[in-house]
Design a protein. Structure first.
Length: 265
């Protein structure tokens, strides 16, 4: 049975429903597909789609999120490809769209993420499972917001995602929304992911500096370097997956963020 769906960029696609051969181009969405109960339907994923480990090991790797192996994707004969505007490269996505149904997400906040979970659930005929994941996410983040308010968490934070040059999560990003939901004010006023010199960061006087584990793998040595420059700030290594993965990982993120809030008190 052919069905039509419209993605988050306004593109309408049509494919045989439910899809039997899916290539997923984004780690958090790949994990979501498996958590929705799919298995052999996912025939291809990227080298960064590491969760769950067992499924990752068994699947064809079609390159990185920004450097896809188009020929390998063709060889898998997918009946559906699922990607994301920010994480994938426009030229490669447009090339794939000429041959295959490609559904794209475009996510800036938690509400977008929940909508994506519902829409991907519908795409792959797993609506009840998607609704249950969103129930858990809704409950968890509602509690996190309540706790942040009750405990008066109101701190200024800088969230570093890259080094050489230093790049930070700014406004209009999923990371910024997760920070805000936990009572944290982003000191970066620019949109998206601006570059910044550390001396500029000193002037912003953050109470907290978070060094993410991804995409740049910040380590203890980087922590010491920034502590020396901003001695009044609490500098912490944080799990980037818990701030930036917008699929079913959000269920696990709730417990992580509860613990983080406790550390900030």
């Amino acid at each position: 049975m052919q069905r039509s769906f419209t993605d988050q960029l306004g593109n309408t696609i049509q494919f045989n429903y439910p899809p039997k051969r899916i290539v997923s181009l984004v780690p958090s969405q790949t994990e979501l597909l498996f958590d929705l109960g799919l298995d052999k339907e996912v025939v291809g994923l990227t080298k960064f789609c590491i969760h769950p480990v067992g499924k990752f090991a068994e699947r064809t790797k079609v390159g990185g999120t920004k450097k896809l192996n188009i020929e390998l994707i063709r060889s898998l004969k997918p009946d559906l490809i699922i990607g994301n505007k920010e994480e994938n490269t426009q030229a490669q996505i447009e090339e794939l769209m000429e041959e295959f149904p490609v559904w794209m997400s475009d996510i800036y906040n938690l509400e977008d993420a929940k909508s994506t979970i519902n829409q991907i659930g519908a795409l792959v005929d797993r609506q009840p499972e998607a609704a249950y994941l969103n129930h858990l996410i809704n409950a968890g983040f509602s509690d996190l917001q309540t706790l942040a308010l009750q405990q008066g968490i109101d701190k200024k934070v800088a969230y570093l995602i890259w080094k050489d040059p230093y790049m930070l999560a700014g406004r209009n990003t999923f990371i910024d929304d997760i920070l805000t939901l936990n009572g944290l004010q982003n000191v970066i006023k620019q949109s998206r992911y601006p570059e910044l010199e550390l001396k500029e960061l000193v002037i912003l006087k953050p109470d907290l500096v978070f060094l993410s584990s991804e995409p740049y793998p910040f380590k203890e040595k980087h922590l010491q370097e920034i502590r020396a420059l901003i001695p009044d700030a609490k500098v912490m290594l944080v799990d980037g997956e818990m701030f930036s993965w917008y699929g079913s990982r959000l269920v696990k993120a709730v417990q992580y963020l509860f613990q983080l809030q406790k550390e900030l008190l």
